[in-house]
Design a protein around this ligand. Structure first.
Ligand code: HEM
Length: 215
């Protein structure tokens, strides 16, 4: 297990390593994993506490392209979830929580506003580099296959635009699931919100090589 230093995180969280781009997302070069990420800092309190949601995609992006997601959360966050369709229902939900020096990643889906169940249509591969915890934060890095193209509401196939903005949503709970199994019971969220994530700045020409290097 290799871990980002707290300096890297602090730098990322206050944006010093970032350059501006459209729609509230910034570009982050992660020196630990080597990925270029498009990052959104989601406020979770009225203060300055945020969860960092980062996305990397291949460049060029083929149909149904894979994505790498990296999430950095304060230790007060029990689980953090990313909703790839910008809503809770009928889209892939990537839920994760800290597990010692690693993390549990869980692919879920909901058809109503009740506890989401396991989603075999989207598979997650946890990458060991870029996953871990320190005294203030935990983070994970994972590849998702099936998160950028999925069957949404009304059985319509939805493809996230690799060259523009996509509406995403997140949710988190302060209650950490007690288990280390991906199908552990999760508590309902304390906070959720939405944003427009710029995928046009998330491209990585060496995407597959980076995934292989960080496994
Ligand atoms: C035990 C698990 C969960 C329960 C019981 C639950 C329940 C609910 C309920 C009742 C609402 C409606 C709240 C309102 O209208 O104010 C809601 C909204 C929402 N939930 Fe969940 N939820 C759970 C897990 C998740 C997860 C894992 C995610 C994302 C990764 C998520 C994302 C959202 C979002 C974005 C909304 C806003 C409304 C929408 O877009 O549909 N939820 N949830």
């Amino acid at each position: 297990m290799r871990w980002n230093s707290s300096i890297t995180i602090a730098t990322a969280l206050i944006g010093l390593a970032s350059t501006s781009s459209a729609a509230g997302t910034t570009v982050v070069q992660d020196t630990v994993t080597g990925f270029t990420f498009s990052e959104y800092l989601a406020p979770i309190t009225t203060g300055s506490t945020v969860i960092s949601f980062r996305i990397a995609i291949p460049s060029p992006a083929t149909d149904s392209y894979d994505a790498v997601v990296q999430v950095i959360a304060p230790t007060s966050v029990g689980w953090a979830g990313l909703a790839w369709g910008g809503q809770m229902v009928n889209c892939p939900l990537t839920v994760a929580w800290a597990n010692g020096n690693s993390a549990v990643v869980s692919s879920r889906r909901a058809t109503s506003h009740t506890a989401p169940t396991t989603n075999p249509a989207a598979t997650l591969q946890l990458l060991s580099t870029g996953t871990g915890s320190n005294g203030t934060h935990w983070q994970y890095t994972a590849k998702c296959s099936g998160c950028t193209s999925f069957t949404g509401s009304g059985n319509q196939v939805k493809n996230l635009n690799p060259a523009g903005g996509n509406r995403l949503a997140f949710a988190f709970s302060r209650t950490r699931p007690s288990g280390s199994s991906p199908d552990s019971t999760i508590a309902v969220h304390d906070v959720y919100n939405y944003w427009d994530h710029d995928f046009s700045t998330a491209g990585n020409a060496d995407f597959e090589a980076l995934v292989a290097r960080n496994q």
